[in-house]
Ligand binder design. Sequence first.
Ligand SMILES: Cc1cc2nc3c(=O)[nH]c(=O)nc-3n(C[C@H](O)[C@H](O)[C@H](O)COP(=O)(O)OP(=O)(O)OC[C@H]3O[C@@H](n4cnc5c(N)ncnc54)[C@H](O)[C@@H]3O)c2cc1C
Length: 363
Amino acid sequence: MEHLTSLDVGVVGAGIIGLATALTLADRGHRVTVFDPAPASGASHHAGGMLAPTAEVVYKQDPLFPLMARAAEWYPELISLTNAYSELPTGHRTEGTLVVARDRADRTHLDELRDYQHAHGMVVEALSTRKARSLEPALSPALAGAVRIAGDHQVQPRLFTRALYDACARAGVSFREEKVADVGAVDADQVIICAGLGAREVGGWFEGPNPLKLRPVYGDVLQLGVPEHQFPLLNHVVRGFVEDRPVYLIPRSDRTLTLGATSREDDRPLPQAGGVHQLLRDAIDVVPAIDECDVLESTAGARPGSPDDLPYLGRVSERVVVSTGYFRHGILLTSVAARCGAELVEKRRPSIDLAACAPLRHA
Ligand SMILES: Cc1cc2nc3c(=O)[nH]c(=O)nc-3n(C[C@H](O)[C@H](O)[C@H](O)COP(=O)(O)OP(=O)(O)OC[C@H]3O[C@@H](n4cnc5c(N)ncnc54)[C@H](O)[C@@H]3O)c2cc1C
């Protein structure tokens, strides 16, 4: 898209947020440089990649719901933009999501959540466990309840960030493998800080203590290999409640499956044995054949959390825009971050109301 004023824009951070923002800006005709000493090495590397505005609803987080709904609505456009520049796969799949309950108490939880989702206008279809098993025969016969959420999709974050990087390069974005400690050192008309948790260490735009109250919320996650004779073990994303603990299984087209994720604030960056054990036990309870999968990898990632679980997205000075704090939903919210981030950089009114995301609200 051609614009009257073409800007020099510095993007700090090449996680999914920085890459998608850079691509959007380059597509609008701006000259973009992305700074990151280790592109796509943060939360985006570990994420499951569920695009789940409905299944991921958390009670009383109402300001998040419209952002998540818009993000899902705008996602196909972001995928198309990526595909317009890169032939690499994104892992975008639209089979939908099943949410299942392990026992009667979990079933009550599932029913209450469905009432809440319906009250907020979300589309959730109750299923008999028999119907759920006809859709996904690998589900345990011992489940107590199930729903289908057709609108909750997925991407494979590692593939998608690689495709975004490639798309950026083809769209003319320059990359510098450098850490930015001070935005004053970035030679650009506009700077957008998309450094995830690293935004805590990017200075030059505030006085006194950093106004962003970011904290790491760790999640253990496993990559499993599905044996050839069992592939495809699942087609839908399957989320489960097992003794009130959430667990999810995300089937990929390359015969792998992502199993996640714990949630802990103990400042321990390595995957924890207890967390891995719990994930495997709960996953096997929901899909018994997980027992036969290969364990390819176990990692832990740090979600960039804020005190109210809402992102920091807004302009903080004539020259600087902040776009971080995407916490549990950053893969989904990428479409909102990219479009609104580009609008903010251009000093245009964002397409949606971002008042709840003001970067200085916790200062
Ligand atoms: C286990 C787990 C599962 C998740 N599952 C999902 C999910 O299913 N769906 C969903 O929507 N979200 C999910 N998330 C959340 C999602 O991963 C994050 O919200 C999202 O990846 C944040 O992206 P980001 O680009 O802001 O940050 P990051 O991916 O952390 O990227 C930040 C980048 O900035 C760079 N950087 C840092 N400091 C500097 C600096 N000073 N100068 C230059 N560069 C810098 C880093 O090197 C890094 O590459 C999950 C997260 C985890 C950990």
